[in-house]
Design a protein around this ligand. Structure first.
Ligand code: IMP
Length: 196
């Protein structure tokens, strides 16, 4: 079978990009999306590049810049978080720390019986290549459940119910792959790289 020239080129020479993360679940989700665009990612430990900031974009941008300066090859840094409206956006950029300390239960305790439970996940992807950093953002709106569900996934997946559904991401795992903040941000990156 004869391959079209563009496809043949992509198959012989897929783009290979480092994804700086130690989170295997994040990596798998990103890999699935970018594979659709013929882009291969390699996981690389992100230790030593993290900075503290209230802005996901600043964290992702500065880390990507620092990492590019030392690795000198195309790479991705992603920073994400859960923003709960009635907690004024908490835990936001501190999501990872809050999960490690008080976990999903701590979030449910903080919300108590509050009726206003709206929240969103945001992912910011910074792609660093020669002389530039490009930022791609994905957002998914939803609400915090009243109990911790079982299922697949990681982090706050057992308590985040996306709008339009009645179960959390940990149960709706195949839907998460299509509508999550991460899926949306990586889809934008994939389209950008395809057109690059
Ligand atoms: P960071 O991007 O490494 O700072 O971590 C973000 C934190 O937000 C993760 O450790 C999770 O606690 C949470 N988080 C981000 N994305 C997701 C998701 O897709 N599902 C569940 N929790 C998430």
């Amino acid at each position: 079978m004869k391959l079209k020239k563009t496809n043949a080129k992509r198959i012989q020479n897929p783009k290979t990009i480092f994804f700086l993360t130690s989170n295997k679940s994040k990596f798998k989700e990103a890999e699935k999306i970018l594979n659709k665009f013929g882009i291969k990612i390699i996981s690389k430990n992100s230790k030593g590049i993290e900075i503290q900031s209230n802005s996901l974009e600043e964290i992702a941008r500065v880390c990507a810049k620092k990492a590019y300066e030392s690795l000198k090859r195309p790479l991705i840094v992603e920073d994400s978080g859960l923003f709960i409206d009635s907690l004024k956006g908490f835990p936001g950029p501190y999501s990872s720390y809050v999960l490690k300390t008080v976990g999903c239960k701590g979030i449910l305790d903080l919300l108590g019986q509050k009726r206003r439970r709206s929240a969103k996940f945001i992912a910011v992807v910074a792609y660093a290549s020669k002389n530039k950093i490009k930022i791609f953002k994905g957002v998914v709106n939803g609400k915090i459940s009243k109990k911790i569900f079982k299922g697949k996934g990681f982090g706050y997946d057992p308590i985040f119910i996306p709008n339009g559904y009645s179960k959390p991401f940990s149960i709706l795992y195949s839907i998460k792959e299509k509508i999550s903040h991460r899926a949306l941000a990586f889809e934008k990156l994939g389209k950008y790289l395809k057109g690059e």
